[in-house]
Every structure is written in structure tokens, then in C-alpha cells.
Design a protein around this ligand. Sequence first.
Ligand SMILES: Cc1cc2nc3c(=O)[nH]c(=O)nc-3n(C[C@H](O)[C@H](O)[C@H](O)COP(=O)(O)OP(=O)(O)OC[C@H]3O[C@@H](n4cnc5c(N)ncnc54)[C@H](O)[C@@H]3O)c2cc1C
Length: 465
Amino acid sequence: VNSYRQALSKLKETLGDSKVFDDPKILYAYSFDASGLSSGRPFCVVRAFSREDVVATLKVAHKYSIPVTVRGSGTSLTGASIPSENSIVLDLSPMNKIIEVNVVDGYVVVEPGVRLDDLNSELAKYGYFVPPDPASSSTCSVGGCVAEDAGGMRGAKYGTFRNWVLALEVVLPDGETVFLGEPVMKCRQGLSLLHLMIGSEGLLGVITKIYLKIWPLPEKIVRLLALFNRVEDAGRVVAETRRNGIIPLIMEFLDRNVLKFVREATGLNLPEAEAAIIADVDGPSEAVWRYAEKLKKMMERCGAFYVKASDDPSEMEKLYTARRAAYPACLKLRPMPAVLIEDITVPPSKIPEMLKSIYIIAEKYSVPVVVFGHIGDGNLHPVIYTDPRKPDLWSRAEKCFEEICLAAVRLGGTIAGEHGIGLVKRKVLVKELEERKSLKALELMKKIKYVFDSKGIMNPGKVFL
Ligand SMILES: Cc1cc2nc3c(=O)[nH]c(=O)nc-3n(C[C@H](O)[C@H](O)[C@H](O)COP(=O)(O)OP(=O)(O)OC[C@H]3O[C@@H](n4cnc5c(N)ncnc54)[C@H](O)[C@@H]3O)c2cc1C
């Protein structure tokens, strides 16, 4: 108690009262993230406006051995950004400057609290963008995207944030600052600490400045909607496109129930089908319709009973809105109070088998499961409905969750494509590594964590059981 009191007065003395909060109402508000879980109440919240504020906070936390949970916008779906009991929440949302756009050298420099959509609005003025686009892009921070290695719809073509980070400024748990990587096209600096930081979920240090590669905006996009009577037929489209040399910009999957939820939640006029795919092809204006026609034929060959391609802005916007609304609609119209959301990723050739397994496993445990996801890169988000007040149902939902994860691993995939591990996937991470006979990897991860953070103050309880 004494050390907490001393730490609080030291933080207030160094940073000023306006940046340090211990009002219980504020602490309560910071106890959650988008996962809907709450693990503990922080003992104070620091709102950082600069790297110096971060350094000062970590020095105090380190001295008094107080846990720190870094927070971007709190949109984590795995509980990565909810604080542990009596921790300091370090809120980076005030660090929201776009520092430099350098088109010729091909990068942008930002503070971590910049919202992803704000960054892309600014880059659009130059005809550029940062491609990964989590569906939370209107809210999530760039720092959170790097720390989660977030993906999104355009992952089908451009991968996750990992592919776009050139360099990072990082404040280590003891308050020392390091610069990792360089803002150049190629950089080999011994072992890549830069890539250790990407996806590190606040476990190793605080990212305070980010250099991202930028890319020219697509010249033209044509959007397709395809409808299927059989889910597995939709699943076959991805392998078919790859076999024929087309990599779509986005390729999104929605099953019958997700389409229904989106229709009801948004009022959009969407057709009924067992499964739908929304896909974008992009490229030079002269070529893009040719690609779209090719893709349309492939979808028909796979069994689509309806395919429409359009470059009409309002039609395109409607489909994009439908896809972005998928998860919020699944939450809004949920038939049960709680959800477990999966993030499995399998090789494209295994998608039909994976889809089939999901519904079989759901039936086995008698739990409602709906599926949507970034099918273009094999990343599916089955949503399992459950109720924490009903122990039998909860246990069946947990078993269903685990069995879907294991099915993905056995098909050569992984339990987590883009949402990270956080609190929710710690157990299944162990299962995945066990299945691969690679528990040694977990041991190495824990040793690396110790090298960065020997006092274990950074986001304790996350990632590792
Ligand atoms: C509706 C909805 C849709 C979503 N869609 C997608 C999607 O399509 N693809 C996808 O990948 N994710 C998606 N997500 C998950 C989430 O939005 C992303 O993981 C996002 O990148 C998190 O950003 P954030 O700023 O909210 O981070 P937070 O939730 O605040 O933090 C996430 C983790 O990163 C750490 N962290 C944050 N900032 C820093 C920093 N500067 N330095 C060190 N550690 C830091 C935190 O401690 C925490 O462990 C979705 C979430 C929602 C609610």
C-alpha cells in the first residue's frame, strides 16, 4: 500500500495532476476492452502526451515494481488491453500526431495513438495508404495495430501490419529508449528485435514512434458479390483464384446467419443465401474489369448461383458497410449474452474442410455458431454464443472453441491469425505448440520476455498461462 501511495505521488509530481487519474469512476471505465472481459481494477491511469511522459511513467512503475498495461483504443478482442489488478494503465491516445509523410522515401512517421482511419485519410491526400484495415479502423490506434500485428480485409493481398513496419521507437520497461529498424527499403540489423516488438501485445515495452511503409492507392476497384447454396462451395473460391493467378484485394465470407444479422442491424437490402463472398479486385483502370470478369467466372465454376460485379460507388459502399458491420451485428442481435470469437487461419486449400468442420463441431456441442471472416487469406472468425450464467452451456462453448482451434491446427493452420493471444487464447496457444511438438518455443518466448522485462511488469497475465 505504501509503495502504491509513493508511486502515485511521484507520478503526479513528475507528470502533473492533469495526466494522472485515480478517481474510481475513471478506473472502472478503463477496466474493460472490446473483448467484454474485465480482469482487474487499475490503481491509476496515466494519459501520456509524449515519449517523456511514457519514460517517466515506466521509471516509476519499474522502481516500485507496479504492473503497466499499455492502452491504445481498447478494441482488443482477446482481452489484451484490460489491466491486471492494481496496475497502471498507460493510455497513449493523446499521442496522436502524424509527424511526417515522406512519399519519395516511401514512409510515414506517426505517434502510436493516431487512429488508423485518420492516418489513411491524411495519406489519401498524397494518393497513398497503409493497406492493413482491421474492421475497427475508425477507432483503433496505429500503436495497437502494431502491438497486435493486426490484419483486416486487405490482408488477402497485403498481409498484416508486420509487412508494413519499417522502424519503431520503443521505451523499455526500465525507461530506457531504443530505436529498432530503419526507415529504408532493406535493413539487416542482426537479430530482428523490430519483428519481436510487432505483435508483442504490450509485453516487452511501449512503442512511442512508428515508421510505416506506404503504398499507392489502387487506381480502380471493382467489387463483386457472390451467393452460394453450399458453404463449402464458397470455400473453394480462394484456392480457385490462387490456382488462376488472381490475388484479390479483399475476399470476405459471411454465412447465412451473419447475412441475416447484418440485414437486421443495418437495414441494408442484402439477399438470402447459405454463404456470400464479397471480393474486390484492383489494378489499372484498363485491366480491372478483365480481372473482375475472370473472378466472376471462377466463382460460378465453384457453384455460385448469383454473382454481380460493380464499380458503382453506392453499390460498393453498401457491400463494404455490410462486411464491416458483421461483428457488431453479431453482437447486437446475439441470441445469448456472451460470445467467444475465433481467429483461426488455415491454408487456402483447406478452407472448405475447415468450414465444414466448424458446423459439425458446433452441432456436436449444441452451441450456436455463426461464421464470417477474411477468407482470402484463410482467416475465419467463427462466433460462438454462450451464457456465463449457465455452467453447462459455458463449458460446451469452451470445448467447441478449443476443438475448432485444434481442427485448424491439424489442417496445418493456427489458432490466431490477427487478434493475438491476450487472455482468451493462452490455453489454446499451449495446445497449438503441443500439437506441433514445439513447447520449447514457449520456453524461448518466456526467456525473451524476461530479457526485456526482468521484473515482469509489462501486461502481466497476458499471452502466457
Ligand atoms: C468491431 C471490431 C472489429 C475488429 N476487426 C479486426 C480485424 O478485422 N482485424 C484485426 O486484426 N483486428 C480486429 N479487431 C481487433 C482490434 O481492433 C485490433 O487488434 C487493433 O489493432 C487494436 O488496436 P487498439 O488501439 O484498440 O489496441 P488496444 O486494444 O488498446 O491494445 C491491444 C494490445 O496492444 C498493446 N498496445 C497498444 N498500444 C501499444 C503501444 N503503443 N506499445 C506497446 N503495446 C501497445 C496493449 O497493451 C494490448 O496488449 C477488431 C475489433 C473490433 C472491436
